[in-house]
Ligand binder design. Structure first.
Ligand SMILES: NC(=O)C1=CN([C@@H]2O[C@H](COP(=O)(O)OP(=O)(O)OC[C@H]3O[C@@H](n4cnc5c(N)ncnc54)[C@H](O)[C@@H]3O)[C@@H](O)[C@H]2O)C=CC1
Ligand SMILES: O=C(O)C(=O)[C@H](O)COP(=O)(O)O
Length: 382
């Protein structure tokens, strides 16, 4: 059995060599001739899986992407050729949610908004939108969900339409890139919707660049009273617009999902899908490859109150993930090299909240305990 994998898949060699002959390929120059003997193919979002890549892969039976998004797979072509496929939905949901929380805490600190008074409009209530909603709930930040496809199912949650979302102080996008059909998301943030946004609003896009009409966004940002904008994704990556970069508040190089756990969970899910296809029991678990960070001492200013202050929450959560670090590094690196792809592929080590144990001393209120466990921390009471 020959398993070919994109070389940016963390621990790909360790995982896939337990199932057969594992062959790494370079995502930048892989071509049809490289995959002639592949039975299984594992990619991340930077390998475009289409006829051009697969037309010589006559023994290929299964393609898996270790990412949540699937728009780099030509699924119609795969179906036509009886090649099964799957993705790693949910693998990096916590990472993206923590990215959004970091942006919100930073906006609060810079007095762009007041987290006690705003409503966050979450567009797309799948793995990422749901993970974000759990964090917002733990932080007592009001939110609304918009997800017309889910609203048509028996999902018991309350959903609102896009018009209501556009009234929120924060609009954060977590939908797949879908080009056509009833629920197409291409240019979901259309010129008309962008024109309606005002200076007190924050627009966050950590799903796919094509979900915002980017020329219309650039035009809006050149007019009076523009919204603040946080972007992780862009039109035409890796050749992104430098004009846009200059005009947005926070910019990162498509790394919202790149926590250590987010990427490794993607590999684990693909490995388990391959095992399932081969009728093998998975022998490896992602914990085999992860170290445990040292416990962190955490003493609330007033342990008897029911909720931590924004300043305390910010101090704790920003010490784990600070989006401003990524913004600064990205802008400097782009000014130096303009190598978007290389910058994102050499992303730093970033752990998720759930990797950490907090050591709390003394009696702490149930409200604080609920907040911290709701964010995913393990608590150790001293
Ligand atoms: N920047 C990054 O590093 C990452 C980006 N992503 C992107 O975020 C997307 C969402 O990720 P997941 O939550 O894991 O996917 P998911 O498939 O679990 O959830 C997407 C949700 O969007 C909803 N949706 C579809 N069309 C819609 C529309 N027109 N309006 C409102 N909602 C709509 C779906 O019903 C679904 O519930 C991925 O497809 C991927 O493109 C995901 C992870 C990391
Ligand atoms: O999971 C997704 O969808 C993403 O956008 C990934 O975070 C993209 O990561 P890479 O494929 O670029 O490593």
């Amino acid at each position: 059995m020959k398993l070919y994998f994109e070389d940016t898949i963390p621990r790909g060699a360790e995982y896939f060599s337990t199932l057969g002959e594992a062959v790494a390929f370079n995502w930048q120059d892989v071509g049809a001739d490289d995959l002639v003997n592949a039975d299984y193919l594992a990619v991340r979002s930077t390998t475009k899986v289409d006829e051009a890549l697969l037309h010589k892969a006559s023994s290929l039976r299964y393609v898996a992407t270790a990412t949540a998004g699937t728009n780099h797979l030509d699924t119609a072509y795969l179906a036509q050729h009886n090649i099964k496929w799957n993705s790693a939905g949910g693998s990096n949901a916590a990472a993206v949610a923590e990215y959004v929380i970091s942006a919100l805490l930073t906006a609060h600190e810079q007095e762009k908004l007041d987290l006690s008074r705003i409503t966050v409009g979450v567009v797309g209530a799948g793995y990422v939108g749901t993970a974000l909603a759990h964090y917002l709930q733990a932080l007592n930040i009001a939110y609304l969900l918009c997800d017309p496809p889910l609203e048509n199912t028996d999902d018991p949650r309350h959903f609102v339409n896009m018009d209501r979302i556009l009234e929120c102080e924060v609009i954060t996008l977590h939908v797949p890139f879908i080009q056509d059909g009833e629920f197409a998301t291409v240019n979901l943030m259309s010129e008309q919707r962008l024109e309606a946004l005002q200076g007190h609003q924050l627009l966050i896009n950590a799903c796919r660049g094509e979900v915002i009409d980017e020329p219309a966004l650039i035009a809006r940002l050149h007019k009076p009273n523009p919204p603040s904008v946080v972007l992780d994704v862009y039109y035409n990556e890796p050749n992104i617009s430098s004009t846009l970069l200059e005009k947005i508040w926070l910019a990162t190089p498509h790394i919202a999902g790149h926590s250590v756990e987010g990427k490794l969970r993607g590999t684990q899910l693909v490995y388990e899908q391959f095992c399932d296809q081969m009728d093998k029991f998975p022998q490896l678990a992602m914990e085999d490859f992860l170290d445990t960070p040292e416990p962190v001492d955490f003493t609330p200013e007033d342990p008897s109150v029911e909720a931590l202050s924004w300043a305390e929450l910010r101090q704790l959560l920003i010490s784990i993930y600070d989006i401003q670090d990524d913004d600064r590094f990205f802008r400097q690196a782009m000014a130096k090299s303009n190598q978007f792809a290389a910058i994102r592929k050499s992303y730093r080590v970033r752990r998720e909240y759930a990797a950490y144990t907090l050591r709390l001393s003394g009696m702490v209120s149930n409200g604080i305990i609920r907040q911290l466990t709701g964010l995913g921390f393990t608590l150790e009471m001293l």
